[in-house]
Write a protein that binds this ligand. Sequence first.
Ligand code: WT7
Length: 683
Amino acid sequence: MDNGHSDLYPPLERIHRDAHVSSFEQYKEMYQRSIEDPAGFWDEISKQFFWKSPPTGEFLQYNFDCNKGPISIKWMDGAQTNICYNALDRNIDRGMGDKIAFYWEGNNPNDQGSITFKKLLEEVCKFSNVLKKIGIKKGDRIAIYMPMILELIVAMLACARIGAVHSIIFAGYSSDSLAGRILDAKCHIVITADGVWRGAKLLNVKKIVDDAVDICTKSSHEVRTCVVVRHLSPSEEDVSNLKHDENTEPPASRPSLKLKINWHDGRDVWWHDIMTGQSPECEAEWMMAEDPLFMLYTSGSTGKPKGVLHTVAGYMLYSATTFKFVFDYHPGEVYWCTADVGWITGHTYTCYGPLNNGATGIIFEGVPFFPDAGRFWAIIEKYKVAKFYTAPTAIRALMKYDDSFVTKYDRSTLKVLGTVGEPINPEAWLWYYNVVGNKQCAIVDTFWQTETGGHVITPLPGATTTKPGSATFPFFGVVPVILDEEGREITEPNKEGYLVFKQPWPGIMRTVYGNHERFETTYFKKFPGYYCTGDGGKKDSDGYIWVTGRIDDMVNVSGHLLSTAEIESALVEHHKVAEAAVVSHPHKIKGECTYCFVTLKEGETFSEELGSELKTKVRTKIGPFAMPDFVQNAPSLPKTRSGKIMRRILRKIAVGDRDVGDITTLADETVIESLFNLRPDDA
Ligand code: WT7
């Protein structure tokens, strides 16, 4: 898989025929122009958008070299626009008002709805007016903790419309994690829902928010307003045409359960109450190009999450342009990204990218295995999906089932199948290509990060010959380089090094919220002049880029980045734990999982029960997706004489590999043998 000779998949005739970029020569030509004259390249693209005052001054100003001064990136500085206006009003003005912006597919297969661009704009304006009424102003941060329902899209677009900065927290994070994020951004308002069904599991979303708000209050921070969508058991009149327009079947009755939620008068308000009587019109706030649009937290290797900040105009251009070219989107097609809007993939490729192209998308509330492992393919048939985007972890989990779960559904509308989140192993790539795509679809393995705003290394469906497992080539404006430890460019093929980028593209993050210094140290200190991804990578002899995975203290579990430090700090909160060290361990479905070594306090003994207790501890502290797979007793940890934990050795012990390498710097070599002997049976 790691050389230039793996199987080649040239663009298929049915895909490249009418593709936006229909040959590799065309790609190369456009790419060359995009890196030689980024300002000119993006200026031309900017003409497709509406500007209150168009870009006139210097199109791009930046400093990527921390030796030359503070890192700064500015695109179209001084121009004025609004991304919500571009996503909705501009498309309605182009005659798309009655087009469906989103289908909504509930957890229950009988639960569905849709919303047109026009109706979506009305709802967004109403909610914009709500936000203004409760005192929200441009620049205020707003926490959103919601399931996959249309109100989530309405809420985020309303923020964008009035210039409030949304901070969406995936509704799977624990109350602790949510509180930490509310506190860091000093949000005074939280938008949420009563609860949600995910598969057969009921999640009391409001309760998690209540607990988070309590934690904030204890830290002397006031959350003044909590807007709650009544999503479960709505009463007759609440079944508004937002979810169920007259053209579709009457709604299947939602699981009408009595979810017990607590109500805090004076703080909590029902979404439907506060929306009543609001005007469906609201003038967009004209934002400066470099005003903040949103922040989104991502794990940091120190353990404290970073608020990645994106700004209005650059993100708008980049999300829309990558969407158009990477999915080769054509009007009339139905596009579906399965990612939750709470992650960057959902921000860029469920909401902003598609809407700015006037695309029809799908918001899916459920999970891939409910009611059975055929759900994804059933939805593809139902909505005649043409472009589909999901994660390798989902593909690996689904390919374990009989192929008939896939093949019994009509997938003939599919053209492009995307993946994102982690390296995709060739076996999963091939199953996606052969079984799901029936050898008729282009696979796009898209490499990017919360920080990059959009795809940075990716094939283009009509232009790129793909190799299973390689993200292939850079997107327009992106200049990837592989560096060695000393910061020298590696030109030799197949030699692994640090994957970095040489110059900014419009969608790159601008800062870490409230901590520009951390932005500089995390991404620009190690190699002055480059943005450092934290991933390893190599180029093969044909110039294809292979991303090999994280090279910092991060673990990529099912496409979710977790910091080992964050998990360690959750573990040492347990009264019996003295010290913890967490490393990554390969996992068949999740890609990676976490393996925890814990040293107990004097007098405590390790047991299986304690192991499960510690797993639960991490789960409640961070969220279910962070639950460790292995916890092992470690009476002592391998440390250097200066006391630094040698994680390299722990990674070897975790997988049972006795070839631990150089141990001459270890303070006590006997530690290793005792740790091998204490490995749990299932590891
Ligand atoms: C990290 C970023 C961007 C949305 C999803 C995750 C890994 C992502 C790929 C890919 C190999 C990938 C990297 C990256 N990653 N896509 N196609 N091939 N690795 O966003 O949470 O910011 O994580 O995910 O390690 O740095 P994120």
